[in-house]
Design a protein around this ligand. Sequence first.
Ligand SMILES: C[S@@+](CC[C@H](N)C(=O)[O-])C[C@H]1O[C@@H](n2cnc3c(N)ncnc32)[C@H](O)[C@@H]1O
Length: 256
Amino acid sequence: MKGSNVKKLLSSHDQLSADEYLSLRGEKYNLCNIIASRLSLNSSHVVLDIGCGPGQNSNRFREITSAEVIGVDLDIKRVRHAKGLWKNISFMHADVAALPVEANSINAVTSMISFHRFINKQQALKEMGRVLKPNGKIAIATTTAEKLKRRVDFQMFPSALSFECNRFGSAEEIVKLLKISGYKNICIEDFSDYICNVDEGFMSWVKSKPFSIFRHISEKEFEMGLNKLQELILLTGSSLPHYDDYTLIFGEYDNG
Ligand SMILES: C[S@@+](CC[C@H](N)C(=O)[O-])C[C@H]1O[C@@H](n2cnc3c(N)ncnc32)[C@H](O)[C@@H]1O
């Protein structure tokens, strides 16, 4: 693929370097455990972690299950970074819509907070189906507009919230796409991970703009949001819990 097309596919607002991504967003340990268990991953399996970014969750899958994990990402810088960090995993620089992987060779594919970034989602699902073995499994970890609206960090910045709500949409939309792309036994599970309380530490995290979209809103809106957050912390005495909420969607490819 030409460099200019890759740039177009990597949405222009993704401004976090692999290093920043790791330090600000990090590994999703509990989420990986749930997915590994629902997919019954084990050491005989080959797993593609698509949109793996710096590979921290690919590494976690490998550690939990001893499966062979291959991370795939469209961003060459993140792939290079991942290769430098995790030696027990192979990483590929590729687009989900054209995977350089043999048909019927993979036991499970995971998409950890990357599905919203795939431009042609139906093509992506078909391509994942092509590489899956008969009845191979898929796990999509994402969020939804409904969940984003409940997040304290996003509530502070209305234009970021509205942008992300449009981008993530609903779980039902993904289920519909899975069905028309040939997946069966689809189920949805909500997962909520307690992270911290909404306190000064949370405030510093938000100040570091941990989501790319926070780097695209105006400085004025950002300042106003931080002031609102400070008021909330004073009002609640730092007792408000902050959760990372995910929607997990599981399915099997019906290539029988
Ligand atoms: C929000 S990051 C998630 C990273 C990691 N999975 C995690 O859980 O932290 C989304 C990743 O999807 C990748 N991505 C976007 N479009 C892609 C595509 N068409 N094919 C493969 N990866 C893609 C981006 O480069 C980015 O690294």
